[in-house]
Design a protein around this ligand. Structure first.
Ligand SMILES: Cc1ncc(COP(=O)(O)O)c(C=O)c1O
Ligand SMILES: N[C@@H](CCCC[NH3+])C(=O)O
Length: 440
């Protein structure tokens, strides 16, 4: 297993993260356990911030909290001077509880409810990334109700779709998100929003996909958007103050994944913006981005305890762990691939090929197919790397399995930041609904 950030194997042959031994982590907090290498999150955030600073570009780096949201993570984002992207009332509530500066919160979503919109306008968040005409109407009402102007970016679908390595320019956009360019929806939205009354129209947003390993898609997007900016400048007299280019910067999950250094993505994007600005005579806007996966993905490791095994001669050797698709849905949902190691015996020779199964009543609940590991036995610790993004945030209670705890590790210290769910938590809401009490 590739060791990211501060992860390393110590003299005992144990995996250490943040200078904390995984054997101690298992003992203290139990498994499954999400472990976050805080130093690596700091490093990743700093890479993004510095990439813009170096170029002297006015920017906001907003952490896409959908990748991993909890109070401690939002507080870390605040400490790192990031802005915050939220996509639901729940993520917004987490941000508010965490004391995140409201003016640096950006609210996304293709179906924000009237309640969520009220909540965000009342809180005075920094900006809405407006997705559709219904939202414009809801925002107008909320602006009136709270007697305040609402800052907005319009989300547009640039017709550049990133399929990881492959870019497809779509003539006809087909996405549930944002305003379409070709049909004229985006222009209609500008006219509605740029009224000087309810709204302060800051500019535009677009996002082309996730886990992207090249700069081409970002450059194509900038070129496409600027061609429209030129049109809107001459036709409507509108020039944006902000251009938000979304997230999507790839990370290394397994060998063969080839992410670029953060500065390459940012430099290519800034180069494209500068070139287009000069060519079309449009003032350089502030550039905002929204990385999620690339800030927290490789900083997360999940520790499991090995349980049963099943060997089918000449077919497969299944090794089951105490978690699975409930704490990491990505293999089942996207056939996502991960690396792993036996964290308490890392020096042992890899002699067996195992397939790592979860404990859910579902054949598709497999975390890894065919991985070489030392002979493993019940009680061993299996560490799966790179689970920091969309692991905990997509965790679920299938089979009424409680969600794992989350621990931050740094400089030899471990801090529990989310408690492990209990069986009591699992039944709590049903019991309340039935007028029963937990004591019964
Ligand atoms: C609008 C928007 N912004 C940001 C992100 C974060 O993407 P990533 O985690 O790939 O950086 C996403 C997710 O794809 C998104 O939909
Ligand atoms: N949840 C996805 C990414 C979705 C990104 C949000 N638009 C993943 O795990 O890779």
């Amino acid at each position: 297993m590739y060791t990211h950030g501060t992860s390393r194997v110590n003299d005992l042959g144990h995996l250490e993260i943040g200078h904390v031994d995984s054997v101690d982590l298992k003992e203290q907090f139990g498994t499954p356990l999400y472990v976050y290498d805080v130093a690596l999150i700091r490093e990743r955030a700093n890479d993004f911030v510095q990439a813009f600073k170096k170029r002297g570009i006015k920017a906001q780096v907003a952490y896409a909290s959908k990748a991993f949201s909890c109070v401690a993570m939002v507080q870390l984002a605040k400490e790192l001077d990031l802005s915050l992207d939220v996509v639901s009332g729940g993520e917004l509530h987490t941000a508010l509880v965490a004391g995140f500066p409201v003016e640096k919160i950006h609210f996304h979503g293709n179906n924000k409810s009237p309640f969520e919109i009220d909540m965000a306008v009342e809180a005075g968040i920094g900006c809405f990334v407006v997705d559709n005409f219904w939202e414009i109407e809801l925002l107008k009402e909320a602006a009136k109700k709270y007697k305040r102007k609402v800052s907005v970016l319009l989300r547009i679908t640039p017709g550049v779709e990133a399929h990881t390595h492959e870019y497809i320019s779509t003539g006809q956009e087909d996405s549930k998100f944002g305003f379409d360019l070709i049909s004229g929806q985006a222009e209609e939205a500008i006219l509605k929003v740029n009224d000087g009354e309810a709204f302060d129209m800051l500019g535009f947003h677009c996002h082309i996909g996730s886990q992207i390993f090249e700069t081409t898609g970002f450059v194509m997007t900038v070129e496409k958007v600027f061609s429209y900016l030129a049109e809107w400048k001459s036709k409507l007299g509108y020039t944006p103050q902000v251009l938000n280019l979304g997230g999507g910067f790839g990370i290394r999950y397994i060998e063969g994944d080839t992410p670029l250094p953060v500065s390459h993505y940012i430099d290519a994007t800034i180069d494209a913006v500068e070139a287009q600005s000069t060519k079309l005579g449009i003032e350089i806007p502030e550039i905002w981005i929204e990385p999620g996966r690339s800030l927290v993905g490789d900083a997360g490791t999940t520790l499991y305890t090995v349980g049963s095994e099943k060997e089918i001669p000449e077919v497969r050797h299944y090794l089951s762990v105490d978690g699975g698709m409930t704490d990491n849905l990505r293999p089942a949902l996207y056939q996502a691939k991960y690396e792993a190691m036996i964290a308490n015996r890392s020096h042992d020779t890899k002699q067996e090929t195992y397939s790592i199964a979860g404990k859910c009543c579902e054949s598709g609940d497999m975390l890894i197919w065919d991985i070489a590991l030392p002979f493993a036995k019940a009680g061993d610790i299996l560490a799966v790397s790179c689970t920091g993004a969309y692991g905990y945030s997509m965790a679920n209670n299938y089979n009424r399995i409680p969600r794992p705890a989350v621990v931050f590790v740094e400089n030899g210290q471990s801090t529990l930041v989310v408690k492990r769910e209990t069986y009591k938590d699992i039944v709590q809401l049903d019991l309340q609904l039935n007028g029963n009490s937990l004591e019964k």
